[in-house]
Design a protein around this ligand. Structure first.
Ligand SMILES: [Zn+2]
Length: 288
């Protein structure tokens, strides 16, 4: 039996440029893919036209290349609206319904690890417009994460979630279709998306798409006493790449080279010595 080739991805949104935290995320997915002789694909999360700036897309790609992270494919969500439509049509109509509840009402509902727990009041109202929700009572409550291990939610945290708003597709839905269309085998991303994996797996199952492996890394939090918020969002620059990459590898508990290396040699060393099992198993890490 031949094992399929590892295909990983990084999916930034062009609402802003890459800052230190997003660079850390890009680095984890890149090193994990390259260590396993895999492909690393870039997905530009530009479906939200209002927030996405085309100039940012160009600059994000330049930032990644400046840091030695060269994508094997560049995919734009905005070019796949027809695909989202066609996959939505493959979900049995009996599992979908329209919801007209406004944001204010939803936000007043109790919170779970997946968001506000929708109470299903539109389930049998047969609205003819609104957001599309999927009946989720058969959703699995647990999955195995390659970093955090067995990950679970409670029964009462499951709710019918939105897969399409009035005029745009929801993140959870696009993400599943994109992963499939890009041939992704391994999803490596921040722990802020850990529990959304359950909703994504549920959509995969409904559409008979292959299950993927998930690895969530701890999200970087900035100690507000030491680094101001404005600095936190500062785009990473090429001039600081050696210092920034050493800082990232240190935060990820990776082995640093014993002698001084050039930047390209440092990346090579990081790929060869990559140990995903050494990454901290806490939800957040902070810069000290
Ligand atoms: Zn509703």
């Amino acid at each position: 039996m031949t094992k399929e080739r590892y295909i990983g991805r990084f999916a930034p949104s062009p609402s802003g440029l890459l800052h230190f935290g997003s660079l850390l995320s890009a680095t984890v997915s890149y090193l994990d893919a390259k260590n396993k002789n895999g492909l690393w694909k870039l997905r530009i999360d530009d479906i939200d036209e209002e927030r996405s700036k085309p100039q940012n897309t160009i600059e994000i790609i330049n930032q990644l290349k400046a840091y030695g992270l060269f994508p094997d494919e560049i995919y734009h969500q905005s070019e796949h609206i027809k695909d989202y439509e066609s996959y939505l049509n493959k979900i049995p109509k009996s599992l979908l319904y329209l919801c007209k509840c406004n944001r204010k009402r939803i936000q007043s509902l109790p919170q779970s690890k997946l968001g506000n727990i929708y109470d299903g009041i539109c389930r049998d109202l047969d609205h003819n417009s609104g957001s599309t929700r999927v009946r989720s009572m058969n959703m699995s409550k647990k999955f195995y994460d390659l970093n955090f291990g067995e990950t679970q939610i409670n029964d009462e945290e499951i709710y019918d979630f939105i897969i399409k708003r009035k005029d745009s597709f929801a993140y959870q839905f696009c993400c599943v279709i994109d992963d499939f269309l890009q041939g992704v085998t391994n999803v490596t991303r921040g722990s802020d998306l850990l529990y959304s994996t359950l909703q994504q797996r549920f959509i995969q199952k409904l559409l008979n798409l292959p299950e993927l492996d998930y690895f969530h890394h701890p999200v970087l939090v900035i100690d507000s006493k030491k680094i101001s918020k404005s600095e936190d969002a500062t785009p990473v620059k090429k001039e600081n790449r050696l210092k920034n990459m050493i800082k990232i590898l240190t935060l990820l508990n990776q082995t640093l080279p014993s002698q001084k290396l050039s930047y390209d040699e440092l990346i090579k060393h990081a790929i060869q010595n990559w140990e995903s099992k050494d990454i901290p198993k806490v939800m957040n890490i902070s810069i000290s």
